[in-house]
Ligand binder design. Sequence first.
Ligand code: SF4
Length: 699
Amino acid sequence: MADVLKTTCSYCGVGCGIKVKKDARNRVYVEGDPDHPVNRGMLCSKGMNLHHVVNNTSDRILYPEMRWSRSHPRERTDWDTALDRAAAVFKSIIKRHGPDSVGFYISGQCLTEEYYIANKLTKGFLKTNNIDTNSRLCMSSAVIGYKKTFGEDSVPVSYDDIELADCFLIAGANPAWCHPILFRRLEKHKENNPHIKIIVVDPRKTDSANFADLHLQIIPGTDVVLYNAIGRRLLDRKQIDHDFIKKHTEGFEKYRDLIKSTSLKNAAKICGITVDEIKDAADMIGASQGFITMWAMGLNQSVIGSNKNFSLLNLSLITGHVGKPGSGPFSLTGQPNAMGGREVGGMASLLAVHKDLGNPEHRKEVADFWGVDEISPKPGYTATEMFEALEKGKLKAIWIVCTNPLVSMPDVCRAEKALQQAKFVVVQDISHRSDTVKHADLLLPAAGWLEKEGTMTNSERRISYLPKGINAPGEAIPDVEILCRFARKMGFRGFDYATTEDIYREYSQMTKGTNIDISYLGYDRLKNEGSFQWPIPDYRHPGTPRLFTDRKFHTPSQKAVFNTPYSTENASIKPDSNYPLILTTGRIRDQWHTMTRTGKVSRLKTHYPEPVLEINPVDAYICKIKDGDVTEIKSRNGTVRVRARVTDSIREQVVFLPMHWGKQLQNDHSRANNLTNNIVDPLSKEPDFKYTAVSVSRY
Ligand code: SF4
């Protein structure tokens, strides 16, 4: 390894630059890269402890393991035997049951090259679109929002717009904990410019909410009503951009009729806030020169996630705050390869380079590029559908890459049973700490961060190159190598890449002439000049910090579209006398996802040593619970038992559980997703994690 290796953090979608060095004992350590445009030397608690994860290999999967039947234990095997077996089983299942009987479930942590190969393999060669990713649980509602508003899944803004804006609406997100370096930039901006306004919409008084000028502590599920009411106030006060609406949008009349029918008084009642709070929020937005909306899982993880996205995006359109400095909608992504997977079509409903699976011409273009006869027009199973299909026996084999669904899936007990029903389960991962590993018939050891090379795209469309710095332990190899070797065992041509760069080059050529063109951006520029924001349409192009500056959008009419929410009602399963409280789930400051990595670092456990239920003092009194009591939380789907934290930082009738803990790291009753249900948004197919009816009692 070079004395100093520059790379990117492997946790959240902020994409901070990291310098990696080695100490006298040959162990790596990390520090923030002061020259990086995103973090300017800063790292959050998770990022600054990344080296502990790398140096401690005690949990790593070191060699392939296989079992011949469920009644036998898995035993060590070699790579050839493992992949021969995988190919034999996949061929046999496809021959008997057709290509749609197999599927891949992958991850937003995969590098773009890994995502690309998994998609090419599945959609091009296995002839099924059954490939989905844990991004389905994260960003798919935002993808629908962007596509239907701007014509493509395109985030218009840059982090540098933060320092140019004077009003922020942060909705269903707690960036102070979950996107800390972005929040540090926002804090600094406010410190330097006290007049800027920050509005936070959240049922919890989070650190982000405590920093805000205005906290709208709404009842979960009422966001659409709130944003429509803000729209109404802006309309009434004539604080809308008529010129932008007339020249650059379509669908305004229908939207205007909807918001005109929204009474502020009714909206306030539905949302559980005051009319004055709605007016204050609208007036701050209306008076601003630069208005940015930021949102995360509070909007996306909902049975009306697409509607929530539409109603928020409409506020940027009605005020004309798109395509100009310090303005625009900005989704905050949870995973490190925030956009790379979406770029290569890494979901059951997408095709590579933002092409449309439902469009026969697009399917032909992709098929021709890969040299295959056709791409199936049939949409594949999405994440929850995949587990339902396993349960029903329609899906026989599943290959899980770099994700831990037995902690992260909704209604996780059902997902666990579904996995037990599968004929063949392949798990390709780095850590034995994943709850999913024990269900593997075939376990494949993958290389982790710093042990392989590739690229990622962060939340602001910034592509970074991540170099290999150290060797993977044991027999672990990079994910692309595993997938290419499997493809060759299947007898498929087109997977003989000499290097990962060859894969990147192939994918980047696919982008030529598209709205995400990176065909002129090679590893050489990424290595020598640093990261770039797409599109990069020529060899010397510096990258594109802001989209739509010409106010021409990617829709057929080149106009942005007001999407009138199909319903203002929340379609979640409502509380009743048996389950009177609303559970919402989320992250805590120092843990990431299912803790397979951050859970290894002892100093990251001090903040929250165990999962706790946040409950309001009024509800705690009604439920006869005191702070620190072990509580039993029940829903129609399952049970969780954790200690209570009685706090007025959460609304009455709402309780909160962190989503990180699984059976393996705690116990059978610690998984928040024992409780959640798997109903999904009809357009995005994203689950309703943020709204579950529960009861709470002392255990
Ligand atoms: Fe890593 Fe995100 Fe923290 Fe930056 S903010 S150091 S990308 S976890």
